[in-house]
Design a protein around this ligand. Structure first.
Ligand SMILES: Cc1ncc(COP(=O)(O)O)c(C=O)c1O
Length: 400
């Protein structure tokens, strides 16, 4: 991977502060966008776009772009095009799907949530459970991943759903979602997977996961602000979607409320093509799988470099795995300093990091960090460089 060529495609990476290039380490909160995606989004706005289903060319183009985007996301996730729906963001999609799934629950049913998850895969289910008189069982955080004993203890013949993240947006830990699904399916429960922090870093295969649902957000992987929903065909077809009457009764359109952002949907196609261009293969799916190997190698190099530098710093504590499957996302504590103060000082130096709980409320509670302002989060992505890792370590050294 030629990192200079990669970065040259992102106009936003030219941002400077006090004459120095900014270091964007806020990727887990949202990434920057390559020029091809910007062009794909501006084209329909500049050239004219219309709503779906009209007998004229600008409408036919919108129909086509939606079809192209379903097929692009299907390649990205290893799904079928009719199993892909679009929505405002992952949170809105999850509220919508949880409401529909919950309408099939009975009092006395149970659902399983994890404390590793972002609140977008917790709060919608808590609300639905409360409304339906359903019991919530919790899976705790252990070794920065999920507690498998808790999972086994929680599952039973009354379990209707397990909601789990594929990767923690706070700690970077990757979860063996296929194994969660295997155990959940053994008791007949559905599995709803939050892939928001996973898709920017790992090749996704919803078929191999055997996930019933998988949700992610294009703005976390170099695309526009739009949410993507995968659902197994039988679920998307049969669950009672909350929709207006004239909206489609069949296909993924059942789940798309109102008029979608066609410019964002156009951007999704360009985003998937941007990622695929890193790889080799006979078709886009193969290229994507190989692209993620390239991206993964680079990100692992950055992670290893950061972790070994961090080990030399006395005044910083990592909350997360040093080994094992993880994304290059690191939650750090600076004993004696408030996370916000650290983030402000780094921002002053042109290093953009986030602080707080990043909506991973249960994670911060589990780590005992909820009442002290959370943790500082440093997130590298495929366009981060080794120089940026070193500059960040130097800045942390000065702070610690
Ligand atoms: C792991 C994870 N899940 C869900 C979300 C919510 O995504 P969205 O902003 O698309 O609703 C985020 C956003 O930060 C996230 O990091």
């Amino acid at each position: 991977m030629d990192i200079h060529k990669v970065r040259a495609q992102f106009p936003a990476l030219l941002r400077r502060q006090d004459g120095k290039p900014v270091i964007h380490l806020d990727g887990p909160g949202g990434t920057q966008v390559p020029q091809t995606v910007i062009d794909a989004m501006s084209r329909p706005l500049a050239e004219g776009q219309s709503n779906l289903g009209g007998p004229f060319s600008s409408s036919a183009e919108s129909d086509q772009v939606v079809a192209d985007a379903r097929s692009a996301v299907a390649d990205l996730l290893n799904a079928n095009s009719d199993e892909v729906a679009f929505g405002q963001n992952m949170t809105s999609l999850t509220f919508a799907v949880s409401r529909a799934i919950a309408s099939t629950w009975q009092p006395g049913d149970e659902i399983v949530l994890t404390r590793l998850d972002h609140d977008a895969n917790v709060a919608p289910w808590l609300r639905a459970a409360e409304e339906r008189g359903v019991t919530v069982k919790w899976v705790g955080v252990q070794d920065f991943g999920i507690n498998w004993d808790d999972l086994d203890a929680a599952l039973g013949s009354s379990t209707r759903l397990v909601a789990v993240t594929a990767a923690s947006n706070a700690l970077g830990s990757v979860v063996d979602v296929a194994e969660v699904a295997r155990r959940a399916h053994d008791v007949g429960a559905l599995v709803y997977v939050d892939g928001v922090h996973y898709v920017p870093h790992e090749s996704t295969d919803v078929a191999a996961f055997d996930a019933d649902f998988f949700v992610c957000s294009a703005y976390k992987f170099y695309g526009p602000h739009i949410g993507l929903l995968y659902g197994k065909r039988e679920h998307l077809r049969t669950l009672p979607a909350y929709k207006v009457r004239p909206a489609p009764d069949t296909g993924p359109g059942r789940w798309e409320t109102g008029t979608q952002s066609f410019e964002s949907i156009a951007g999704v196609v360009a985003t998937v093509d941007y990622l695929a261009a890193f790889g080799e293969g006979d078709d886009r799916r193969q290229k994507l799988v190989s692209a993620y190997e390239e991206i993964g190698q680079h990100e692992r190099r950055l992670s290893d470099r950061f972790l070994s530098g961090l080990a030399e710093l006395d005044g910083v504590k990592l909350h997360g795995r040093r080994e094992g499957r993880r994304t290059p996302t690191f939650a750090l504590e600076f004993p004696g300093q408030k996370p916000r103060d650290v983030a402000v000082e780094l921002a002053r130096q042109g290093i953009y990091v986030t602080d707080g709980d990043y909506y991973a409320v249960e994670v911060m509670r589990s780590l005992g960090q909820a009442d002290s302002g959370g943790l500082v989060r440093i997130g590298f992505v495929h366009y981060s460089t080794e120089e940026e890792v070193d500059q960040t370590l130097n800045a942390l050294d000065r702070l610690s």
